[in-house]
Design a protein around this ligand. Structure first.
Ligand code: SF4
Length: 266
């Protein structure tokens, strides 16, 4: 999906251009292609040259060092954050026990529909003009080594007042409420944009394509960013420590949950 990646010299953030992605309220998922990855150090290659005597220990030391770094290179994705918000145990089952949720296909179909919808029906220029956007970047994949988080922003809008804002397209209706999944997804994008572009992000936008492209503005407060960072920290803790978190308090979600047969509910 990504076709370009570069390291930002001034920050730890990296970005890759990629195609857009989407998700439904409260059941939002990303495509499997955007899942977290753990970097693995290069192993020995067949036919690789034996190190000279005296270099062997140094080489082993470097390999150990790279392995240590790779162990820490765990990244939380937007998909993880959305699943965590649905039920924290999803992270344990998927990332610790490696049991897939088997819903990727459904979400891929949904995502495909969303992309089609956005490309065919949404006049993106019109949407941007209404938002006082002076410049934009489309489908930007950003990685934060600071927060161990990565995600793909549909659009990064640079606004007249010198700030920036994420714009996310949803193949969904706006039901007069901003779901917390949408809110924290936008806040996470805001963190990535601030780190990468070094500009302030005071708000985010969500365009609901099934409500006549209604654009909803979300104002970010510091507590929203703190909550977003906390979500990432908690997910990392589940993955790194392998602890079994509390399940969702909304028991209705358990009814058709993939993990209901193995989940110990309390
Ligand atoms: S059964 Fe309920 S508590 Fe368990 S993982 Fe599924 S949604 Fe979460």
């Amino acid at each position: 999906m990504a076709d370009q990646a570069k390291t930002d010299a001034g920050t730890d953030a990296t970005r890759t251009r990629a195609c857009g992605r989407e998700c439904e309220p409260e059941q939002a998922r990303e495509s499997a292609g955007a899942r977290s990855q753990v970097s693995v150090p290069e192993g020995g290659r067949e036919g690789a040259q034996e190190p000279a005597p005296g270099q062997a220990e140094g080489e082993r030391e470097r390999v150990r060092e790279r392995a240590g770094q790779a162990e820490q290179e765990i990244f939380v994705t937007v998909s993880d954050a959305l699943e965590y918000l649905f039920c924290p145990r999803f992270i344990f089952f998927e990332r610790c026990l490696m049991i897939p949720e088997h819903q990727e296909k459904r979400y891929k179909v949904l995502k495909g529909r969303e992309l089609h919808e956005v490309r065919e029906k949404v006049n993106r220029d019109y949407v941007r003009k209404r938002l006082n956007c002076v410049r934009k970047e489309i489908a930007v994949y950003l990685t934060s080594r600071k927060y161990h988080f990565k995600g793909e922003v549909d659009e990064v809008l640079f606004l007249e007042d010198g700030t920036a804002a994420p714009l996310d397209y949803k193949f969904a209706e706006f039901k007069n409420t901003i779901y917390r999944t949408h809110k924290y997804q936008a806040a996470l994008y805001g963190l990535l944009i601030m780190e990468h572009f070094g500009v302030e992000v005071k708000k985010g936008f969500v365009c609901y394509t099934r409500s006549n492209n209604q654009v909803v503005e979300i104002d970010f407060r510091e507590k929203d960013y703190e909550k977003a960072r906390q979500i990432v920290r908690e997910i990392l803790e589940i993955i790194q420590r392998g602890y079994y978190p509390e399940g969702t308090k909304q028991k209705a979600r358990c009814v058709d949950c993939t993990y209901r047969n193995i989940c110990i509910r309390n």
